[in-house]
Design a protein around this ligand. Structure first.
Ligand code: HEC
Ligand code: HEC
Ligand code: HEC
Ligand code: HEC
Ligand code: HEC
Ligand code: HEC
Length: 498
């Protein structure tokens, strides 16, 4: 405030001297500083993070524009005030006179405040940057949208691998791509535009060579894996049935141990490409195999497919074509109930409990609350209250909570798993005995039950202790099988109780 008795003629710029404009200028300066800082962190950081783009290029500029607007509004209000009552306007003391103690104090406070403000901005920007990279941000911030993926992820083998490690990886061009898609995702979540369920296969998923293969070595020889698959039939006694397999996973490189088996597809000594006729890649009418050693090319076609597929739709097979659910496995109701039965969480003494539990889970419910009521009611109808019913009810409700997401329309039906062949076509998409080369050659046949695994034992109790290393013929608990019918023509993990 000037001491002069007569106010100076109003200058246009002096209208900026008001509290509102000053606040605006401070916000603008702060956001400019945060912007510079974020750009610096982002360039120096080792790992790419798509959401920082939103912070840097959307949030910081929004604050900058907001601050500038605020300053303008202050200017405009001030001008209007001055026009109405010239001379009445009070100006901020912007002329500083160091000889006055009041001005010196004011400047001191201002410098301290500014330093504190910049420090807080820097701290805030850095914290926000770290937060956007965290699993909590991916999985919890957009809670409903990512809830299915977050829940299944926590129960998977990769629960300690961050979302960004598989979904983003490192490298400049993917960095830009993931920024664009990250910005779109935030927009979609904010404006409720996301699809339910989220569609797969994810089109812009990074190739396995740059994600999975950074931790898993494709050449490595895995050997045989011994696995037991525990089942219970849907009869009154819930008859147990287990099949024990030795899976011939093998290896992908001749120099690294036995070469062949399931991991022979691993693209090291071979290249396998295929064309899928549907968006979910469940129908594969054309396969091309190129040997890296001899250069020999063989093309396998389904009977009703002639000619060549469009070159742009040909995909080179990688880990994710078999392991497409490494982090988000939605258990089938059949599987989940059987595991809990084997663990004793659901008592096998309850008659028809396998069938009842699977039926209760596969009924459609609008939300989890209603599902819990429905499951409890289904068990009440079937059984007298006793001390085995309450724990069984709780176990079935927990299965629902972990594997069914009605709000996102996500469960095992939405996301096929390609690793086997029982509930989904999986391996039998190509190994179904119907794909042939022009001269009649075929891929490994679906009917050759001991080609990919050896059936070591099957049945229950005593039967399981008699192991046959050379492999036995499959005894199907559901009756004799027609060679032309695929397992997934009948089995689907739940809907028909199989
Ligand atoms: C081990 C690697 C890996 C990790 C870790 C991982 N994902 Fe995935 N994610 C995948 C693969 C592979 C797919 C399936 C791609 C397909 O089918 O096209 C997928 C699919 C998805 C989908 C599509 C819908 C679905 O259910 O298939 C979303 C959304 C998703 N992931 C989010 C996340 C979030 C959030 C996290 C962290 C909490 C995460 N992912 C961690 C590998 C991973
Ligand atoms: C950051 C490192 C990392 C990345 C990236 C990664 N994995 Fe893994 N993966 C692991 C570790 C560690 C384990 C062992 C976990 C355990 O046994 O508890 C594992 C286990 C596995 C298993 C065996 C467990 C199971 O689920 O049966 C498979 C299969 C697998 N990974 C496939 C993949 C695929 C496919 C991808 C790419 C989408 C991938 N991994 C990406 C580290 C990684
Ligand atoms: C042709 C399909 C197929 C391809 C392609 C494939 N795998 Fe596998 N992989 C399997 C099968 C089947 C198993 C046996 C385990 C099972 O059934 O879950 C297995 C087992 C594994 C295991 C051991 C799991 C354990 O429990 O010890 C790892 C790790 C693995 N694969 C990683 C990879 C990676 C990484 C790639 C890509 C470089 C890849 N696989 C490509 C089918 C495949
Ligand atoms: C996209 C098509 C495709 C899919 C899906 C596929 N395979 Fe194959 N697989 C092939 C082709 C092509 C060959 C080579 C056939 C030949 O050489 O006659 C092959 C060969 C094999 C071999 C023989 C390897 C050797 O030692 O010579 C095994 C074992 C095998 N596959 C197992 C599997 C398993 C298990 C799955 C499912 C997890 C699977 N495949 C999924 C296309 C596929
Ligand atoms: C192309 C390779 C391949 C062929 C051929 C094949 N299987 Fe399998 N099978 C697999 C793989 C891989 C798994 C493991 C799936 C998993 O880990 O979930 C499997 C799993 C199984 C299981 C256990 C599934 C469960 O959930 O209980 C049974 C039973 C089985 N196979 C029976 C057969 C029979 C019977 C045949 C012959 C008609 C056959 N398989 C032919 C690859 C094959
Ligand atoms: C014609 C229809 C049909 C076909 C095809 C079929 N199944 Fe089954 N399967 C059944 C029926 C019915 C049962 C008895 C279900 C029950 O009592 O719970 C059954 C039971 C089973 C069970 C034990 C119970 C369970 O729920 O898992 C296994 C394991 C099994 N089948 C594996 C296979 C495999 C592997 C194939 C392919 C090689 C196959 N089935 C093909 C109808 C079929």
């Amino acid at each position: 405030m000037s001491d002069a008795s007569a106010p100076p003629p109003p200058e246009r710029s002096s209208f900026f001297r008001n509290w509102l404009s000053l606040a605006g200028a401070i916000v603008a300066a702060g956001s400019l500083f945060a912007f510079a800082l974020l750009v610096a962190i982002d360039t120096l950081a080792h790992k790419a993070n798509p959401y920082v783009g939103i912070l840097t290029y959307l949030v910081a500029p929004a604050f900058l524009i907001g601050g500038l607007l605020l300053a303008l509004i202050g200017w405009w209000l001030r001008r209007r005030q001055a026009a109405r009552a010239p001379g009445a306007a009070e100006h901020l003391p912007l002329a500083i006179d160091f000889s006055r103690p009041r001005d010196r104090r004011f400047l001191g406070f201002f410098a301290l405040g500014a330093a504190l403000f910049l420090l807080l901005t820097a701290f805030g920007s850095y914290q926000t940057y770290h937060f956007t990279e965290s699993v909590a941000f991916c999985g919890e911030t957009c809670h409903t949208v990512m809830q299915p993926e977050f829940t299944t992820y926590q129960h998977g083998a990769h629960a300690r691998v961050s979302c960004a490690e598989c979904h983003i990886g490192s490298g400049a061009s993917w960095y830009v791509k993931s920024k664009i898609s990250g910005a779109y995702q935030v927009y979609a979540t904010a404006f409720n535009k996301y699809e339910r369920p989220i569609k797969t296969p994810i089109r812009n998923l990074r190739p396995a060579q740059e994600t999975c293969e950074r931790c898993h070595w494709p050449e490595k020889f895995t050997g045989n894996l011994d696995r037991s698959y525990v089942h219970y039939l849907s009869d009154k006694r819930n008859t147990p049935y287990t099949v024990r397999l030795s899976l011939r996973v093998g290896g992908g490189q001749p120099g690294e141990g036995f070469f062949g088996g399931i991991h022979w597809h691993m693209n090291v000594a071979n290249k396998i490409e295929y064309f899928a006729a549907d968006p979910q890649r469940q129908v594969i009418p054309w396969i091309r195999m190129t040997s890296a050693t001899t250069g020999e090319v063989r093309v396998f076609r389904a009977k009703d497919f002639q000619g060549e597929p469009p070159p742009a739709s040909v995909r080179r097979m990688d880990c994710m074509d078999c392991h497409n659910r490494p982090a988000h496995a939605y258990q089938t109701p059949n599987q989940a109930v059987e595991v809990d039965m084997a663990l004793g969480k659901i008592s096998t003494r309850l008659p028809y409990i396998k069938q009842t539990a699977v039926e209760a889970l596969t009924t459609e419910y609008p939300d989890t609350g209603r599902a819990f009521e429905g499951i409890a009611a289904a068990l009440r109808r079937k059984y007298q209250a006793d001390d085995e019913v309450a724990p069984a009810t709780a176990a079935i409700q927990r299965i629902y909570k972990e594997d069914f997401f009605p709000k996102m329309k996500a469960d095992w039906r939405t996301y096929p798993s390609n690793i086997g062949h029982k509930d989904w076509p999986g391996c039998f998409r190509c190994h179904d005995d119907k794909h042939r080369t022009a001269d009649g050659g075929a891929t490994v046949r679906s009917g050759d039950c001991n080609a990919c695994h050896t059936i070591l034992a099957q049945g229950r109790g005593e039967e399981l202790s008699r192991i046959a290393p050379q492999g036995v013929e499959f005894k199907h608990p559901g009756g004799d099988l027609d060679p032309g019918v695929l397992c997934s023509d009948c089995h689907n993990g739940g809907s028909q109780n199989q």
